[in-house]
Design a protein around this ligand. Structure first.
Ligand code: FAD
Length: 496
């Protein structure tokens, strides 16, 4: 394969399609033509509302104005996720985007905290986390500081349909060509198997050199045409369906996602400016679709704004996310349930990876192999983090949760859990999307207690340590009195 890539064709106009088209056109579009094909008849999946902080980098690289973005997508601020009933019914913890306390170069804060707790301190990790403290009070502002310990890292909840529309306008202004129509035939080179053109129902053919498959779960190019196969992870992540429904907004807008575990799955509640997004992710042997829908509808606490929609899925990943001249991005590349809001991020990182390896001189197998290796590792790391939430639980009320406790888990995750249990140590591996702080919060929150702490925590006397804790807590609490409510912040930014 040695042909220079001059034209990229993106199949699909969901979040994945428009994010891909926008970034490719913005960053390499001076020499590359980009055409996006989407079918209004098929439409998009229409869910996907919570994100993680790197989305800010994506918007920044595109040059999007944050206030315009917040207005256009009806977005709210997300400081983290509150997990209710995950460890035990009636208990909750927070996975915040912030860093608790203050770590020293060789020793994470939680080792100091653990020693202080052995000295009688009754505080927990989250008492030292500004994101968590702000979330609990429903307050937020962008703090301008160079001091990382009083930063409030954040992401967004947004209407993914509106985000796709926003990116469409942006992309079309940059010169992305959009063609509406249903692809009903895919033309391939007989020798190489490469895709040469997409044929629409109307007979029109759209040819290209590189094809981005953003056609959703079915993977029209990567799977239905190139048959790359799927690695099924549903023996670890057993939820296989979701039911989603929007409902009226509440008076006050929480700056975080709620994830509420039930006997056979979990429910999300995502506050947007104009409505709440709700859904139940469940295992189909625990609930029928009707039971799941009833359970969700009885727990949304505000008037539904549409009929509930049931979506089936299979957790796993496409064996090769780049094969021949097709790269699968979005749902066509694999799916991990939305527990940690990672799908839109995986779109972002896939298109960023593609830009890094952009095959302008022609596609070669070495680059394909590197791309696939990096994607595989990224998916596995996110997978392990999600399994952690399920596996380390103490619920005794349902077989679903009890089975999770005893199931075999990937060796990579088993090792992380053992290391933490024995020593309190956590290491971020090879660009793991989730840092030590994220792993720590979920491990502690789900009920793992380390048996030891790092000896550096013994480098000060008991009095010095307790004094340090007191000061840190005061530093973390100090900004709170100056922050406006999340609703006031949104009003100020959007003018609504
Ligand atoms: P789709 O939205 O399905 O778009 C597919 C596109 O392909 C459409 O434009 C369609 O018209 C086009 N198409 C398909 N076939 C053809 C054809 N033959 N001809 C022409 N066009 C065609 N992600 C998050 O980050 N956070 C979340 O909170 C979150 N929650 C989720 C909850 C659930 C229950 C599910 C299932 C997913 C969730 N996601 C979430 C994932 C998120 O919804 C997707 O990653 C995102 O919407 C991207 O979808 P997509 O663009 O790949 O596919």
């Amino acid at each position: 394969m040695n042909n220079a890539v001059k034209k990229v064709v993106v199949l699909g106009g969901g979040t994945a399609g428009w994010m891909s088209a926008a970034l490719i056109k913005k960053l390499v579009g001076a020499s590359i033509e980009v055409e996006l094909v989407e079918s209004d008849d098929i439409g998009t999946i229409g869910v996907g509302e919570a994100t993680i902080p790197p989305i800010q980098n994506f918007n920044h690289v595109l040059g999007l104005n944050e206030a315009e973005f917040l207005k256009a997508t009806k977005a709210t601020i997300k400081l983290g996720i509150e997990f209710e009933n995950w460890k035990n019914v009636g208990e909750k913890y927070f996975h915040s985007f912030g860093a608790a306390g203050k770590s020293t170069p060789f020793c994470h804060f939680h080792h100091y905290l653990k020693r202080a707790q052995t000295l009688g301190l009754t505080d927990n990790l989250w008492d030292y986390d500004l994101n968590h403290l702000s979330a609990q009070q429903g307050i937020f502002a962008k703090i301008k500081t160079k001091d990382p310990i009083i930063e409030i890292p954040y992401a967004y909840h947004f209407d993914a349909g509106l985000y796709a529309q926003f990116l469409r306008q942006f992309s079309e202004k940059l010169g992305v060509k959009r063609t509406e129509g249903m692809v009903d035939n895919v033309l391939q080179c007989q020798q190489s198997g490469n895709i040469t053109a997409l044929q629409l129902k109307s007979g029109q053919q759209i040819s290209g050199d590189l094809f981005i498959d953003c056609s959703g779960f079915k993977g029209l190019l990567i799977q239905q045409t190139l048959h790359t196969g799927y690695e099924d992870w549903s023996h670890w992540l057993r939820c296989d369906r979701a039911v989603a429904v929007p409902s009226e907004r509440f008076e006050h807008t929480l700056p975080y996602t709620r994830s509420i575990a039930h006997a056979g799955g979990w429910q999300w509640r995502i506050p947007l400016q104009h409505r709440n997004g709700n859904g139940l992710v469940y295992n189909s042997s625990c609930y029928s679709d009707e039971q799941a829908t009833d359970l969700l509808m009885s727990n949304i606490e505000s008037k539904p704004l549409a009929d509930p929609k049931v979506i089936g899925f299979k957790t796993g990943r496409r064996r090769q996310q780049w094969h021949k001249n097709v790269i699968a991005i979005g749902l066509s590349s694999g799916f991990l349930e939305p527990l940690e809001s990672t799908s839109i991020h995986l779109i972002q990182s896939a298109v960023v990876r593609l830009i890094h390896m952009f095959p302008h001189q022609g596609i070669n197998e070495t680059e394909i192999a590197e791309y696939n290796k990096q994607s595989e590792l990224e998916y596995q790391q996110v997978r392990d983090f999600i399994i952690l939430h399920y596996h380390v639980n103490q619920r005794t009320d349902s077989l679903f949760w009890q089975d999770m406790q005893t199931m075999d888990i990937p060796a990579s995750l088993q090792h992380k859990i053992e290391l933490f249990k024995q020593s309190g140590k956590i290491f971020r591996e090879q660009n793991d999307l989730f840092n030590e702080g994220s792993w720590l919060q979920v491990m502690l929150g789900q009920g793992l207690e380390p048996q030891d702490y790092h000896p550096m925590a013994n480098n000060m006397s008991a009095e010095q340590l307790l004094e340090m804790m007191k000061k840190l807590k005061a530093i973390k609490n100090e900004p709170l009195s100056q922050l406006p409510s999340h609703d006031q912040f949104l009003k100020h930014i959007t003018g609504n």
